[in-house]
Design a protein around this ligand. Structure first.
Ligand SMILES: Nc1ncnc2c1ncn2[C@@H]1O[C@H](COP(=O)(O)OP(=O)(O)OP(=O)(O)O)[C@@H](O)[C@H]1O
Ligand SMILES: [Mg+2]
Length: 165
């Protein structure tokens, strides 16, 4: 069942990063964020903000060839000291890969997962996730639209509008 959607507009990479920082405030251990949108839409830019907002000082780079990067979170942000996983599913063949690369076990252990091209893994991820679609408005400028939709009970109960304030 689909939750309410929040539609945002961003006019620069920096603004997208800032939205990511705000989004991070909503995330709890085990959460999944699916990022959709064409090449250059801003998925990695948004992820950079989310990971910074979770308290990591790591530099975020595209995990295109590594598939999955781990970033440790400081203990004060996360109780026992947890991880955020940044995945790029573009090169994964099927949803079964979510099991093979160890993603499901890490989620069970409380990692937060941010998955570029995450629609490819949906079959393995269950019904609770935050879906974010980024889209160019005009190929020639820096404007992007972002549609944020929560799926499942956890996200239906949340007010997404804190992200836009
Ligand atoms: N409003 C915006 N939000 C995000 N990025 C923007 C924006 N305007 C311009 N950009 C630029 O667009 C590019 C977005 O690249 P990014 O790597 O985040 O895209 P991506 O969706 O992760 O692509 P890929 O599918 O290749 O992983 C960057 O060069 C960034 O500077
Ligand atoms: Mg990317």
């Amino acid at each position: 069942v689909s939750g309410r959607s929040l539609l945002l507009r961003t006019a620069s990479r920096a603004e997208t990063v800032e939205i990511g920082r705000k989004l991070a405030q909503l995330l709890l251990p085990g959460d999944i964020v699916i990022l959709r949108g064409e090449l250059g839409a801003g998925k990695t830019a948004l992820t950079t903000g989310i990971i910074a907002g979770l308290g990591s000082t790591d530099q975020v780079t595209s995990p295109t060839f590594t598939i999955m990067r781990h970033h440790d979170l400081p203990a004060e942000q996360s109780g026992a000291g947890r991880q955020v996983l940044h995945l790029d599913a573009y090169r994964l063949a099927s949803a079964d890969d979510a099991e093979d690369i160890g993603l499901l076990e890490l989620l069970d252990n409380g990692a937060i997962a941010i998955i570029e091209w995450g629609e490819r893994l949906l079959g393995a991820l269950g019904s609770e996730y935050l879906d974010i679609e980024l889209a160019h408005v005009d190929e020639d400028d820096d404007v992007r639209t972002m549609t944020i939709t929560g799926f499942g009970d956890r996200w239906n109960a949340l007010d997404l509008s804190v992200v836009s304030c």
